[in-house]
Design a binder for this molecule. Structure first.
Ligand SMILES: [Zn+2]
Length: 76
């Protein structure tokens, strides 16, 4: 996808499918933590894996993460 945030390309490596899945609210709560994880490459927690999994399949949460990544880059 043209212009996609490089961070979002890392999502498949983090994502895990389990019995339970997060909804948008739960994902948004953890968006900042997931961003930190993607930016630093630290070991993902199971919770972050579910967050990444949701973002992969949800366009609106993907947009949120892209916006967060762009905003963080601007403030660097
Ligand atoms: Zn969502």
């Amino acid at each position: 996808m043209k212009g996609q945030e490089p961070l979002l390309a890392l999502l498949p490596a983090v994502a895990a499918t389990r019995d339970e899945e997060f909804d948008c609210d739960e994902t948004l709560d953890r968006m900042g933590t997931l961003y930190e994880h993607l930016a630093t490459g630290s070991e993902p927690s199971p919770e972050l894996a579910l967050t990444a999994h949701h973002i992969q399949s949800c366009a609106s949460c993907r947009d949120e993460l892209e916006a967060l990544a762009r905003a963080q880059r601007r403030s660097d």
